[in-house]
Design a protein around this ligand. Sequence first.
Ligand code: WTA
Length: 635
Amino acid sequence: MHEIKESFDVKLAEDEKYYVPDEKYRRTSWIGDYQRRYDEFLADPDAFWNDIAEELDWVRHWDRVLEWNYPYAKWFVNARLNITSNCLDRHVASDRRNKAALIWRGEDGTERVYTYQKLLTEVIHFANGLKKVGVSKGDRVCIYMPMVPEQAIAMLACARIGAVHSVVFAGFGETALNMRITDAQAKIVITADISIRRGKAIPLITIVKEAILNAPSVEHLVILRRRREPPVEMRPDFELDFYELMRNGGADCPPEAMDAEDPLFMLYTSGSTGTPKGVVHTCGGYMVGTYYTSKYVFDLKENDIYWCTADPGWITGHSYIVYGPLIVGATVFISEMTLDYPDPGIWWRLIEEQRINIFYTAPTAIRTFMKLGEAWPEKYDLSSLRIIGSVGEPLNPEAFEWYYHVIGKDRCPIVDTWWQTETGMQMITTMVGEPMRPGFVGKGIPGVVADVVDKDGASVPLGSGGFLVIRTPWPAMFRTIYNNDERYRQYWETIPGVYTAGDLAVKGTDGYIMVIGRSDDIIIISGHNIGTAEVESALVSHQAVAEAAAIGKPDPLKGNSIKAFVILRVGNAPSEKLKKDLMYHVRMTIGPIAVPQEIAFVEKLPKTRSGKIMRRVLKAQEMGVDPGDISTLEE
Ligand code: WTA
């Protein structure tokens, strides 16, 4: 993955402050006593996962729970299943048939409710439609859509027939989209004419059309036409209307019996070098892992309404909007609303109106609300909330306190969940009922052996820092990087024998883990991962730029912001105008999230003797701290 940077010492102010949730949470939580469950898992990991898998529907039972051939795992060996049977058919065949599966709220106030039956019907029709245009098991389908229910329908329809979906976040620009379509060799791209943000229509379709110009694998575009007047024109034969495809689909689509190890989807995530990585997840293990965590980490109960504010374009949306909660049979609320439009009270108003019980969001949103003030949430009745969650980046203690007091009213447990695109499921948190410690995510959940180690893989003593690793395989782990197995192995070989997450962490004296941030060249901005390499390559693709280096700088709201250092090609003079041009260029190439907030024109960049840019040195200069070991610096 990346070279391991030196270990480091942390001086923790060990004020051991805990919030102990009401005893009732321990009693009502399905997980019950954390330590007992953890010990059960340790005593017999296979039996632990076996029992969870037994709760689901399979077409063929597994011969063995796990075949571990480091660093390759096979989970539920030789089992057959279809994840949509568990997301949909299983509930339709039960008392949940008429229960709301999805409740969607559009920006214009439109509300749509899908019962489990209705969702299944639409998924089946759309799946058949895909079959009719030539999509079959194993084909890759790119989904580039706004937050509408059709996005989830498209994902589930792919899963129904065994096509591998690759969802690309609709905030990405045309170059980023093109790269993802061509790497996956996607046969179909499913998109929408527009996405709606802050009352404005953003033409997605123009981005897609640019992106597929050099993507010969694409045979059809399927377009959800949201704009009524005038509707976008369709190029005959090549472009297909979403609902027409669905109407022509037909009502019978038995779920494809997938091998547990067949791919379910791929999802691109930023790499520390070069192109984004197509993280591949498989059917069986991912189903079991997302089911288990949705059920126990969120402690989802039959009558809960659950809201996760993520976009399905990211792994959080895959695992905790679409797959996990539907497998559990929950009611999932999806909103297209930006957090401050039409006003900064909108999310709290939605919680009041929908009587949301479980709410899952990101620290960047929490910090934004802190800045906007308590008056907004205080206008609304948040008493329906039972459990509140966080994901994507460190939840700093100040944000924890605010979330706990202002939103959770000193009553709701916070589940701050650490995990990754690669892990597929939540891995570290403080399970409901356990004492919570601000700033610390908690411990590995039962089933997960998380640790903080030095660069040789030895556990660091309690109270010190090192690299965050996972010691044993887990069901929802990714199986490879698409077409690049070498990059998969690097995760397991960086520190031999363990999965290296790429995060720096501290193990408190109580064994609780605090995640500090990335140890590699990935910058997390508002919970979104951007590789320095992506930003740099976007910059150098501009004709004025010879070389570029990007670093993350701490930002009170977004976690980090990007600063870029740029060497211009001869004949180009630094100017404010050029800075603006470069920012615009990055926006068009990767998307708005990757735009540097600052650009500095420089004559030289600090490099190692072997020519690698030492971003660490740039960052230290920027922060006014000691750059540490610079013995490898060029001069
Ligand atoms: C960071 C998102 C601290 C971490 C599910 C990780 C976190 C990266 C937390 C993965 C958390 C995620 N506390 N940091 N609770 N959750 N991270 O792949 O650096 O988009 O490696 O997956 O986000 O980001 P990804």
